[in-house]
Design a protein around this ligand. Structure first.
Ligand code: MG
Ligand code: ZN
Length: 177
């Protein structure tokens, strides 16, 4: 049976983002105040995936070990709050490398589809960047742009933050019923 997914960008969507060079000084991810309650509110029939560009690894601004530690701490905090992230997909490649995974390329989603039977038409992508919304539109997900989104690519929906994005998903479902 296929599953419905909510794909989540991380930086600038679930946690604070910074100018590239400032990431070198980050010792823990600054989780936005709405993130945990929003994720706790997601109906259990959705499977959650994080899909994140981490070109700072490939560009030697943060090490893989630092990324891994920061991310594991974040996932552990979510787990303590009973939020399960099924899998994280990240692209570590520098931007000048022509990889297939850097959003808006679809490689990370293809990777996901190798392991999970996701019905993309019943899935959502929440992100704050043009690359997130472009990717979502390419793969046929509903796209929800949050926070500082200013790009020209038109999302399915705009929400100020993830909490309101999840409300939109839930209310959309109930109004369909
Ligand atoms: Mg982002
Ligand atoms: Zn990549």
């Amino acid at each position: 049976m296929s599953i419905s997914a909510i794909f989540l960008d991380r930086d600038g969507t679930l946690v604070a983002d910074y100018p590239d060079d400032d990431w070198a000084k980050v010792t823990s991810l600054d989780i936005f105040s709405d993130t945990v309650p929003a994720l706790q509110n997601i109906p259990s029939r959705y499977t959650l995936f994080i899909v994140t560009n981490q070109y700072l690894i490939g560009e030697n601004i943060i090490s893989y070990d630092t990324f891994s530690k920061l991310h594991k701490d974040f996932i552990a905090q979510l787990k303590q709050a009973n939020v399960k992230i099924e899998q994280t997909y990240f692209c570590p490649h520098a931007r000048d490398i022509d990889c297939q995974c850097h959003k808006p390329s679809i490689g990370m989603i293809e990777q996901c589809l190798l392991n999970y039977d996701v019905d993309l038409s019943k899935s959502y992508f929440i992100g704050d960047s043009e690359s997130d919304i472009t990717l979502a539109n390419t793969i046929g997900c509903q796209s929800i742009a949050v926070r500082d989104y200013q790009a020209d690519v038109v999302p399915t929906h705009y929400a100020d933050n993830v909490e309101l994005a999840i409300s939109y998903i839930i209310n959309g479902e109930s109004s369909d019923a």
